[in-house]
Design a protein around this ligand. Structure first.
Ligand code: ZN
Length: 208
């Protein structure tokens, strides 16, 4: 694999990282051992904090866990789509204009990337249920979005999660695409190997 640049699209993890309301926050306690003169830390965190990947089990009863998913899905060609003109939700019309093919890895860059991750805002841009249906019908293999949830906050309509997850399309949430242009990249997004989990944090990079 040849590349000139590694673009880190993961967000920093620390006790000050904002989390989706209701999720357990990140807590880090440094423990010094006098005996061994070493430092270890105790980390507490929800499984959907920071840059992370949703496994089918997150939204589908008896769905596959993060360690049931094949690693091939998480490494390979991907396309960042500029959806920044969509306010509210990424629409199926926008997606239809992007000529998406079966088997693609798709990252949605929305106007969320302009607002960043300094404070939580509930009116983030999400994927419309029709957009989720469009992507799951095409059978892309992975999707990502630049905020903590792919579905509208507070909406009872769970389809952006369920339509993708029942097709075993993992969802990367909490990526920062502020410095990334629409185009083709190589994605490396490896979720930590927490056995049987509904989701796991990941270091996500684009190679160019
Ligand atoms: Zn999640």
């Amino acid at each position: 694999m040849q590349f000139n640049q590694i673009i880190d699209i993961s967000i920093p993890l620390s006790p000050s990282t904002i989390v989706y309301p209701g999720n357990p926050p990140i807590q880090i306690e440094e423990i010094k051992s006098e005996a061994s003169k070493s430092i270890i830390s105790k980390i507490t965190s929800g499984s959907h904090n920071g840059t992370h990947i949703d496994a089918p089990r997150h939204g589908i009863e008896n769905g596959k866990s993060i360690t049931d998913l094949p690693l091939e899905v998480f490494i390979g060609p991907c396309r960042v789509l500029d959806c920044t003109s969509d306010t509210g939700a990424v629409t199926s019309e926008t997606l239809k204009s992007k000529n998406i093919q079966k088997g693609e890895r798709i990252l949605l860059k929305t106007s969320n990337s302009k607002r960043g991750y300094d404070v939580f805002y509930p009116d983030f841009v999400y994927l419309s249920p029709e957009g989720a249906k469009y992507l799951s019908d095409i059978e892309i293999v992975l999707v990502g979005i630049d905020y903590f949830s792919i579905k509208q906050k507070g909406s009872p309509d769970n389809r952006p999660h369920t339509l993708l997850l029942e097709k075993e399309i993992p969802i990367i949430e909490g990526i920062d695409l502020s410095s990334v242009e629409e185009g083709e990249y190589t994605l490396v997004a490896l979720p930590l190997k927490y056995v049987g989990m509904d989701g796991a944090p990941a270091r996500v990079v684009l190679l160019q």
